[in-house]
Write a protein that binds this ligand. Structure first.
Ligand SMILES: Cc1cc2nc3c(=O)[nH]c(=O)nc-3n(C[C@H](O)[C@H](O)[C@H](O)COP(=O)(O)OP(=O)(O)OC[C@H]3O[C@@H](n4cnc5c(N)ncnc54)[C@H](O)[C@@H]3O)c2cc1C
Length: 297
């Protein structure tokens, strides 16, 4: 029996069940509650073709292990996370990186997903190449679903070249000034007083962009993000009091040490979400009590 079939057998066709990745975002969207079976997803890289720039990987593989393997061929996947985060966990939590301006959204990097549905069947959604999906894009619906629509066993992801050069700069200029000066920074953070800019790409391009920022008084800070990013994510709005926290300008996310209030959604959106969940999982087996609408931005 293959490890995918074993995973299918473990998920089974009865009881409430959830998949455990690295547990780094375990209670996002609500805690599971009592009596829910917890299963582990399969682990390992199935195939990687550097010239095709796609990788087939099992959902329980740690992002760090995957990126270590890809870096041998100077490639990466645009998934990030704290130590222990898994590919499947990052996809179903669905949070875009602060480097999204360079690496793209997490949805765009998922080409194909194989998952176990609430009836215990293996379903394949999407396709192994970039342009072969017709109809509804079911595969990407799984991104941000918190495992409520299906339990992911394996995915095919698009890879990207690793940047030749990567640096952070810090300086007292507004995000507007940075955007006017630079073509396309990978990240742009703002704490109300200073901007933190990540430049990535070919060495010559990074050098030329950084010289523009240095003329505005920016200073180079090395390869690591020079500012600590607080834990809680809020939608970024213009009247945020930036006494504390950091705005991720490109993603419109405000990171703060204060817990966010529950986001408000319209009744229509909530009704549609509820109906869709009931269609995928009429008996409420998959990741019960987790609610993607309570997960924050
Ligand atoms: C691009 C990007 C950048 C990020 N940057 C950061 C960062 O800088 N700092 C940070 O702290 N986090 C960051 N995150 C989030 C980080 O990747 C999380 O750690 C990750 O989302 C959770 O992975 P995990 O394996 O720990 O999941 P867990 O905490 O184990 O699980 C989270 C949820 O996913 C469900 N789940 C897990 N695996 C599966 C599966 N195979 N099928 C169905 N449901 C499943 C679980 O049941 C649970 O509901 C980033 C994420 C991305 C995508």
């Amino acid at each position: 029996m293959s490890d995918l079939e074993e995973f299918q057998k473990e998920v089974g066709i009865t009881d409430q069940v959830a998949v455990q990745g690295g547990r780094t975002h375990w209670n996002v969207g609500g805690s599971l509650g009592e009596g829910v079976r917890v299963v582990l997803p399969p682990v390992g890289i199935d195939s990687f073709d550097p010239s095709e720039m796609t990788v087939s990987v099992k959902a329980g593989t740690q992002i760090e292990d995957l990126n270590n393997e890809l870096s041998i061929h100077r490639q990466e996947v645009g998934l990030e996370g704290t130590r222990g985060s898994t590919v499947g966990g990052a996809l179903v939590v669905g949070r875009d990186s602060i480097r999204r301006n360079r690496i793209g959204s997490i949805r765009a990097m998922l080409l194909q997903a194989e998952y176990i549905n609430a009836q215990g069947k293996i379903i394949k959604a999407g396709g192994p190449t970039v342009k072969n999906v017709t109809g509804y894009d079911l595969c990407r619906l799984l991104v941000g679903s918190l495992g409520t629509l299906g339990l992911i066993s394996q995915v095919i992801l698009r890879t990207r070249p690793l940047p030749e050069e990567s640096i952070w700069l810090q300086g007292e200029a507004s995000p507007k000034k940075v955007r006017e000066a630079c073509f396309r920074p990978s990240s742009l953070l703002w704490n109300g007083r200073e901007a933190f800019v990540q430049l990535e790409g070919y060495g010559a391009d990074v050098k030329s962009e950084s010289s523009k920022l240095k003329k505005l008084g920016f200073q180079e800070q090395g390869k690591e993000c020079p500012i600590e990013i607080p834990e809680f994510r809020h939608p970024s709005v213009s009247d945020i009091n930036l006494e504390e926290g950091v705005v991720d300008v490109y993603n419109s996310i405000y990171y703060s040490s204060k817990e966010p209030k529950t986001l408000k959604h319209t009744d229509e959106v909530l009704r549609l979400g509820r109906r869709m969940r009931e269609m995928f999982d009429p008996e409420g087996r998959l990741n019960p009590n987790r609610d993607p609408y309570k997960a924050g931005p």
